[in-house]
Write a protein that binds this ligand. Structure first.
Ligand SMILES: NC(=O)c1ccc[n+]([C@@H]2O[C@H](COP(=O)([O-])OP(=O)(O)OC[C@H]3O[C@@H](n4cnc5c(N)ncnc54)[C@H](OP(=O)(O)O)[C@@H]3O)[C@@H](O)[C@H]2O)c1
Length: 305
């Protein structure tokens, strides 16, 4: 079968591999679309790709609720940039007829991450002020839309005017550059969604209100934020880490709650996929260079059919 591998120079190259077999608790999926996620860029060796949609080709031992031919979407795929991939059934969802495969792959990982950042990790309540770093990206574009549904006040942070316009069009009340965050002033926001780290984390902490929360879920800037924990005490603030796949594997009911909310929001038209481009799988290198160079807005997909 066709796969895309990362070679020694870090480039994506076409390769042929034997079709895998599903192991216990897994599905084998014939891939229609692979989601391009920021974490994919860190693949050092082997086949990247953690998110796919497609059709179930085989069902592993101990799996119930899925049958060959079912349309599915899932995360934590093993080498998802491939014609077929193994998928943990615990993190897969059988799709209703109303949700096409491209839509599913464009919102699953990022939409569920955004939902649980706000609700599970961030405990957002109506009317709170939320600061969303990388607000025009894949997770950010969906987090703005989820936060809107909570009647939260939304400040999106993005690096270019075009991205800031995009964040505003999705419903952010304000869209600013990273360098403008300190000027928001003390006590400006109740919740921060931080996938950037480094200096941006420190700046966000300075404008965090009493009882405020920062949820850390990525480090796109590459540099680790510094935190003097003593700073948190006087204002009863908290910093929380979050991983969507860990939540899915350890708190399945909570994870499924997000899946139901996602499917309902898609059906009800309250959450709109933001797909910048669907690349044929052989052009995945272009998708990666767009994401790596911070040019992409919303989601990038690879089509395998
Ligand atoms: N923990 C979890 O469960 C989980 C799940 C999904 C994603 N994530 C994390 O969430 C973040 C967003 O993921 P995504 O797939 O939706 O990607 P994305 O937001 O579409 O792309 C990453 C964005 O990060 C910003 N960024 C800031 N500094 C950067 C730098 N030095 N180099 C490149 N980009 C930089 C860029 O936006 P600006 O140009 O506007 O700054 C860029 O567009 C990533 O950090 C990812 O690892 C975590």
């Amino acid at each position: 079968m066709n796969v895309l591998r990362v070679d020694a120079e870090g480039s994506l190259v076409h390769a042929e591999q034997a079709r895998p077999e599903p192991q216990a608790s897994e599905l084998l999926v014939e891939v229609a679309y692979a989601g391009v996620n920021f974490a994919d860029l860190g693949t050092k060796d082997g086949v990247p790709g953690s998110e796919v949609s497609g059709v179930v080709a085989a069902v592993g031992e101990g799996v119930s609720g899925f049958a060959v031919g079912d349309p599915v979407v899932g995360m934590r795929a093993v080498g998802g940039y491939a014609a077929y991939t193994r998928l943990p059934a615990a993190l897969a969802t059988k799709l209703p007829a109303a949700v096409p495969l491209d839509t599913a792959a464009s919102v699953y990982t990022q939409g569920l991450t955004a939902y649980h950042l706000l609700h599970t990790a961030g405990r957002v309540s109506s009317g709170e002020r939320v600061l969303i770093l990388a607000g025009a990206g894949g997770v950010g574009s969906l987090a703005i839309q989820w936060a809107r549904q909570e009647q939260a006040g939304i400040i999106a942070v993005a690096s270019t005017p075009e991205k800031r316009r995009h964040a505003s069009s999705l419903g952010a009340d304000k869209a600013i550059g990273y360098e403008e965050v300190p000027a928001l002033g003390e006590q400006a926001v109740d919740l921060v969604l931080d996938s950037v780290g480094g200096q941006s984390f420190g700046d966000a902490l300075k404008v965090l209100a009493t009882y405020g929360r920062i949820v850390v879920y990525g480090q796109a800037a590459g540099s680790r934020p510094e935190l003097q924990v003593g700073q948190l005490i006087g204002r009863c603030q908290s910093v929380t880490g979050f991983s969507i796949s860990l939540l899915g594997l350890t708190a399945p009911e909570r994870f499924r709650h997000g899946v139901s909310a996602l499917l309902q929001a898609l059906a009800g038209g309250t959450l709109h996929p933001v797909v910048e481009h669907v690349y044929p799988w052989r052009e995945a290198g272009e998708a990666w260079s767009r994401l790596r160079s911070r040019q992409s807005v919303g989601k990038l997909l690879l089509a395998f059919k």
